[in-house]
Design a protein around this ligand. Structure first.
Ligand SMILES: O=C(O)CCC(=O)C(=O)O
Ligand SMILES: [Fe+2]
Length: 202
């Protein structure tokens, strides 16, 4: 049995104000008071690349445009994200070509499979595309704890999950340096990281 040691790489606390409070000018520059939603990122938290439902990257910066104040569609880069959300709706996951609300259940944590988990499981578990929408009436607070492998660790499909018949290898091996290269590459401008690691498309 293989053992993977994950480490916490950051905690993100997010406070999103209701759309109504952001003002008719969209909360942008020029308003009498800057009412843009507060965003904070924990130390070590990676700036996420944002993608549409097919994994194609969207232009623009997170928090701008139609998703202002929320979080645009993305998958989490690491292994697991453990998320505590309050009672206010906002988190949605992409399922069967639709956005599905993740109902906040009091006293529960949401565990998101990240890109590394998808690669390690050779695609059995999917790194789900998700987004956060601004609630029209209420502020929302969530705390995301990001868990990853040490940066130098190479990750690829577990050998036990790969065979020559039904389960061919679906992803290339990767590590943090590869991710950094991807961020500065031309591919990094229009594809999600997971897409660049795929050996098979189906
Ligand atoms: O605020 C949320 O519910 C989700 C946050 C999230 O997706 C993230 O931090 O990666
Ligand atoms: Fe996320």
């Amino acid at each position: 049995m293989r053992e993977l040691q994950l480490q916490g790489v950051g905690v993100g606390v997010r406070a999103v104000e209701p759309a109504a409070v952001q003002g008719a000018d969209g909360g942008g520059a020029g308003g009498a008071r800057d009412r843009r939603p507060r965003r904070r990122r924990g130390a070590g938290g990676l700036r996420r690349r944002v993608a549409d439902a097919d994994g194609e990257l969207l232009p623009g910066v997170p928090g701008a445009g139609p998703h202002a104040g929320g979080m645009p569609p993305h998958s989490d880069y690491g292994f697991l994200t453990i998320l505590l959300q309050d009672k206010v709706n906002g988190l949605e996951v992409r399922h069967a070509d639709q956005w599905v609300l993740v109902d906040p259940l009091p006293g529960s944590l949401v565990v998101n499979v990240g890109d590394h988990f998808e690669m390690y499981s050779n695609g059995r578990y999917k790194s789900v595309l998700h987004r956060v929408r601004v609630n029209s009436a209420r502020s929302r607070i969530s705390v995301a704890s990001l868990h990853s492998l040490p940066p130098a660790r190479v990750i690829g499909p577990a050998p036990e999950l790969v065979d020559d018949e039904k389960n061919p290898r679906r992803y290339m091996d990767t590590d943090f340096a590869t991710f950094l290269d991807y961020l500065s590459s031309a591919e990094g401008q229009h594809k999600s990281f997971l897409q660049t690691r795929r050996l098979l498309t189906s």
